[in-house]
Design a protein around this ligand. Sequence first.
Ligand SMILES: Nc1ncnc2c1ncn2[C@@H]1O[C@H](COP(=O)(O)OP(=O)(O)OP(=O)(O)O)[C@@H](O)[C@H]1O
Ligand SMILES: [Mg+2]
Length: 530
Amino acid sequence: MTNFSELNISESSLRSLKRMGFEEATPIQEGTIKFAMDGRDVLGQAQTGTGKTAAFGIPLIEKIDPKNPAIQGLIIAPTRELAIQVSEELYKLGYDKRVKLLSVYGGQEIGRQIRALKNKPQIIVGTPGRILDHINRRTLKLDEVQTLILDEADEMLNMGFIDDINSILESVPSSRQTLLFSATMPPAIRKIAETFMNNPEVVKIQAKEMTVENIEQFFVKATEREKFDALSRLLDVQKPELAIIFGRTKRRVDELSQALSVRGYIAEGIHGDLSQAKRISVLRQFKEGKIDILIATDVAARGLDISGVTHVYNFDIPQDPESYVHRIGRTGRAGKSGTAITFVTPREMGYLRIVEETTKKRMTPLQPPTSDEALVGQQRLSVEKLVGIIEANELNDYRALAAELLENRDAVDVVAAALRSMTKEPSDSPVSITEERPLPMRRERSGGGGRGGDRGGRGGRSFSSGGRGGDRGGRSGDRRTGGGDRGGRRDGGARRDGGRREGGQGQGQSQGQSQGQGQGRSRAPRRRED
Ligand SMILES: Nc1ncnc2c1ncn2[C@@H]1O[C@H](COP(=O)(O)OP(=O)(O)OP(=O)(O)O)[C@@H](O)[C@H]1O
Ligand SMILES: [Mg+2]
C-alpha cells in the first residue's frame, strides 16, 4: 500500500486525511487518484468497504477552487442516507481547505435547502429526484460544475434513473470530468455508464471474489414458516454487536421489527414509508448502538458505512446477485471481519446458486441452533445480567424482601425463578409473520454455460428479468415519502408512473407478488428515491 504523502496531493488534504486517521491509500484510492487528478474520467470498481468514497472525494476536493463561490462538484447518490453520509465524509476530506458542501435530498423541506444554497456551497451531494427538482426551480446552478460523480452508478442506471441522470447532465457543462463508482458493474450497465463519460480510464481492483474475503458467508435452508425462529435462535447464539436484517418488502420489515421487539430484542425498521426524520433518527440510534438490530429493505443496502456491524442476515434472499453483494457489504468493512447469513427456502435454491456463481464464492450451509441451544444462550445472558446487577450493588431496596423470601423458600429455587423471569423463551411471546410468496421457481443452472453468456446483459439474465419486483415494489414506494414536497414536478411520464406505484404497503406487496408470479413486470422504468 502507498502512503498518501506519495500521491502528490496537497498539504491541506494530507492534514485532513491525517485527522481522519487515514495513512495508507487503499488500492482503489491509489488507482483512482492519479488519473482523476490528471483530469481523466474514471470508472472505478472495487469491493464494498474499500474506500471508494475517498477515492473520488480526494481528487474532487483537490480540484475545488476555494475562492470560486460557484458549485464546482456534483455528486449523485441513490438514497438519501447515502447522500448524507457521502457529504459528511467529503466535509472531513475538505475540512482543511474549508470547502463548502451541501446535501440535498427528498423528504427534507425544500425551502431550507434553497436557503442553504444561498450560502454558496462548492459541492452538492444529492439524490437524483431532488437535484432535478432544484434544477427545475432554478435554485441550483450547475453551469460551472467541473466534476460530476455518480456513486453507486449501476444502481442508479439499471432501473430507469437514466432519464433523470440525462436531464441532470443537460444542466452540467459537457466539458466536465465524470467519475463513476460501484462495487458491482454488470456489463450492460457499464456500457450505458460509459456513454456519460469521455474515454474513461477503468480502474477495477481485481479480486478473486466479488465479495470481500473477511466476510464469512453462510446460508440456512428453511421454509418460510421456520425462518423467524431460526433467525431468533441465531441471534441468541451469535450475539451480534450490531446486526442488519434485510427483508424483501416494507411489510416484512415492519413485521420483523415488531416481532423481534416482542421477543425482547432492541430492533427498529427502516424503509421508504417512514418519514425522513424517522429514517435519520433510526439510523443515528443504530450508529450510536442504542438499537442493536436494524431491519431494512434494500434502501439500506448500498454504500452505508456503519462501524460495528458484525452480522448481516438476509431474511429473504435478494432477487439479484448485485443486491446480495451490497447487502452483505454492510459488514466486513475497512478490513474488519463480518458474518453474512442468507435464509433460503427450498424453492429458492436456484437463486442461491446464481448468487454464488456471480460472486464466485460458495456459501457454507449452516444448521440453525436448536431451540434448546438457543435457550442456553438466553439463559447465559440472564445470568450475566443478574451478575451485573449484583456488581452494580444497588440492591438495598430489595434486600429485606429477599431475606423474607428466603425464610420459607429454597435459595436455589429463588434464584432459578429470578433467572426464569428474565429469560425470554419463545413460548412467552408468540409472534406472527405473514408468509412471503417465494421468488418464482428457478432451475439451478448447470455448470456448462459459462459466465460470459449468462451475464451478457442485465436483460439477458433470467435471474433479474423474473423480478426485482418485490424490492422495487418496496422501493418505488420509497419515493412516496418525498411526494409531498415534490408535488410541483410530476411532469414526465416515468414520473407519473412512479407516482402510480407509490401506493400503500399492500400495493407494494401485491406488486411484489404479481411480479413474483412473473406476470406483472412493469415496462415503464421503476423508480425509487428522490
Ligand atoms: N485509506 C483509508 N484508511 C483507513 N480507512 C479508510 C481509508 N479509506 C476509507 N476508509 C474507511 O473505510 C470505510 C469504508 O469506506 P467507503 O464507505 O468509502 O467504502 P466503499 O468502497 O464506498 O464501500 P461501498 O461499496 O459499500 O459503498 C469507511 O469507514 C472509511 O472511512
Ligand atoms: Mg461507497
